[in-house]
Design a protein around this ligand. Structure first.
Ligand SMILES: Nc1ncnc2c1ncn2[C@@H]1O[C@H](COP(=O)(O)OP(=O)(O)OP(=O)(O)O)[C@@H](O)[C@H]1O
Ligand SMILES: [Mg+2]
Length: 375
């Protein structure tokens, strides 16, 4: 068991390509930490530097109290599980699981005991004599998990271990990984581009973009208080709706205003937020934050027309368009609506997120800082 500490870690590939930039993170002993982000954002590179499969260009990496920048992967006391399983095809399940222990000259009796323990834990007892080609994808991935746990390493590293499984198996194996972590409590770093995996597995989630750490927090915290517009749009399905507009103070209250609507906000007006002039901002509203009604009410609704209805069972996604041509998606309980119908989408002031209008849109972060100053 150990913590893993990344201090100002960067990875620069030839040609001055920064795959990871100035990455700071402490993964606590026993924590399940998820790195999530779009393709190419540097997740695998970060993980591979922790594993020792990639050199570290700048910064310090510690496992426990030891600096391991120059320690061979074999000596880092970690086990990694890959997307493609990386099993040895000519070995049986049992031999695959025993291999790393054998290489480390573990006594035979202990190898047998550990393989039996891992096989029982993962329900692999019946498959021990089979070779990988005689296994399903899900079974192969369980063997890969078994091979990692028999080593009883200080740290587990997972790189998209469920990507090759079908939807049902993904969910099952995801639950299995969570159960394993509860039982073993081994420090884990888990890479995925799947937000659902990130939200369900992580004690904390790091959202990455362009080699940078955009936010690191508990999953619900990230969902409720995204630090910037990228994080807000990356987590949540369907994605958050964004509206351009400006802030204005009217009768001691702060409002978000654009040509289609005026919405009351829950922030108290102050110099910094509203200023004397109109401050340009982007408002973010999650699809599930809307309630649909027939009549508009001043200060908390947007008038629109129903364009498309997608029924999902207990809920439905309703695509609306305002008079100015702005499209909005709402996720609401399934009910009676017809395409072409005029409607009002209501939202309560607490459900409106504010972002800077620039690309990063980290108004959320500044707003939080501002709140702390005001309180
Ligand atoms: N060996 C390499 N040489 C040069 N650039 C590389 C190399 N490996 C990765 N990169 C670049 O570094 C960036 C980060 O790659 P990385 O594989 O870490 O992304 P990722 O987040 O794991 O993406 P994915 O979700 O597609 O697996 C990418 O822009 C990639 O093109
Ligand atoms: Mg990757």
């Amino acid at each position: 068991m150990a913590s893993v500490t990344l201090e100002n870690i960067s990875k620069v590939y030839p040609g001055d390509v920064y795959a990871v930039r100035d990455f700071d993170l402490e993964i606590r002993d026993g924590e399940f930490l998820v790195l999530v982000g779009p393709s190419g954002c540097g997740k695998s590179t970060t993980l591979r530097m922790v594993a020792g499969l990639e050199t570290i260009s700048e910064g310090t990496l510690k496992i426990g109290d030891h600096v391991v920048n120059d320690v061979h992967p074999r000596d880092r006391d970690i086990a990694m599980v890959f997307q493609n399983y990386a099993l040895y095809p000519h070995m049986t399940v049992e031999q695959n699981m025993a291999f790393a222990l054998k290489m480390r000259k573990t006594p035979k009796a202990e190898i047998q005991e550990r393989v039996a323990w891992a096989a029982e834990m993962l329900g692999l007892e019946e498959l021990l004599k089979r070779k990988p080609k005689a296994l399903s994808g899900g079974q192969r991935q369980r063997v890969a998990l078994g091979r990692a746990i028999v080593r009883k390493p200080a740290v587990f590293l997972f790189d998209e271990p469920l990507s090759n499984l079908d939807a049902k198996l993904r969910v099952e194996t995801r639950a299995e990984i969570k159960r394993l972590h509860r039982q073993l409590n081994t420090t884990t770093i888990y890479v995925t581009h799947d937000q659902e995996e990130a939200m369900t597995l992580g004690d904390r989630v790091v959202v990455m973009q362009g080699g940078l750490k955009r936010q690191c927090d508990a999953p619900l915290e990230i969902y409720r208080r995204p630090a910037d517009r990228f994080v807000a749009s990356f987590l949540g399905m369907p994605p958050m709706n964004f509206f351009e507009g400006h802030l204005q103070q009217i009768n001691e209250k702060l409002w978000f205003i654009n040509e289609a609507t005026s919405l009351r906000l829950d922030q108290a007006p102050n110099e910094w937020l509203a200023g004397k002039s109109k401050r340009h901002v982007v408002a973010g509203i999650r699809p599930e934050s809307f309630q649909l009604g027939e009549t508009a009410s001043e200060g908390n609704s947007i008038a629109a027309t129903v364009q498309v209805i997608e029924t999902l069972g207990s809920t439905m996604d309703v695509y609306l368009e305002t008079s100015t041509g702005k499209r909005i998606v709402c996720r609401v309980p399934a009910g009676q609506l017809t395409e072409g119908q005029a409607i009002a989408a209501h939202v309560s002031p607490q459900e409106i997120h504010l972002f800077e209008p620039d690309e990063a849109g980290d108004f959320g972060r500044s707003l939080k800082a501002q709140r702390e100053l005001v309180v």
